[in-house]
Design a protein around this ligand. Structure first.
Ligand SMILES: [Zn+2]
Length: 197
């Protein structure tokens, strides 16, 4: 999980997980990915970190992430493209131990690099710093399946070719229906005309 896009992609997958019904194998994979995302390393992860890896904590973080990202990418795409949006992240000051910053040789600003805190705050730190390094306006909601996705380019409206095709088919059917209704309306008139003749 190197790039910021990959990290955001992980969070979007995390949002779709049903933690109560994961197989032991899926738990292992999730833990490996989550630890990588949080910059937690198995060899140095303490008991606190292990204890936090449970259904209740993950569900809580998942719910809060949904709320926050809903604010960034509202259902109404029109509204999303025209308004500024803010989100609030209240941190637990008792749990934050350290916050590291870095000055890179290639970028001018001092950037937040790493936080030492509990699972929730580390998760949001990683998510928001990743979103800060990509074009976060590309985080969108698919109008067909309503899932959040990170667009590959500015014109991408749907999460996948599947949803884009579904929408195209829906529009096509609607058009056909309209044509059909029009024809039906015209028919009785034609019929009437013949009768009169
Ligand atoms: Zn979709």
């Amino acid at each position: 999980m190197k790039s910021d896009r990959e990290r955001i992609q992980f969070v979007l997958e995390f949002l779709e997980k049903d933690f109560e019904n994961l197989s032991p194998g899926e738990w292992l994979v999730l833990k490996e990915k989550l630890w990588a995302f949080l910059h937690w390393y198995p060899e140095i992860s303490g008991e606190d970190q292990e204890q936090e890896f449970n259904v209740k904590t993950l569900q809580k973080v998942q719910g809060e992430t949904k709320d926050k990202l809903d604010r960034l990418a509202p259902t109404d795409a029109q509204q999303a493209s025209q308004t500024s949006r803010s989100i609030l992240w209240s941190l637990d000051p008792k749990k934050i131990r350290n916050l590291f910053f870095t000055l890179s040789a290639s970028e001018p600003g001092l950037l937040p690099l790493y936080i030492e805190s509990d699972l929730r705050d580390t998760f949001f730190f990683e998510l928001f710093t990743a979103l800060g390094r990509v074009d976060a306006r590309y985080l969108r909601r698919c109008p067909v399946c309503l899932k959040l996705f990170l667009a590959a380019h500015g014109n991408q409206e749907y999460c996948s070719p599947k949803c884009s095709n579904r929408e195209r088919l829906r529009r096509y059917r609607l058009e056909q229906q309209k044509k059909h209704t029009k024809l039906n309306k015209q028919k009785p008139l034609a019929h009437q005309g013949r009768k009169e003749a």
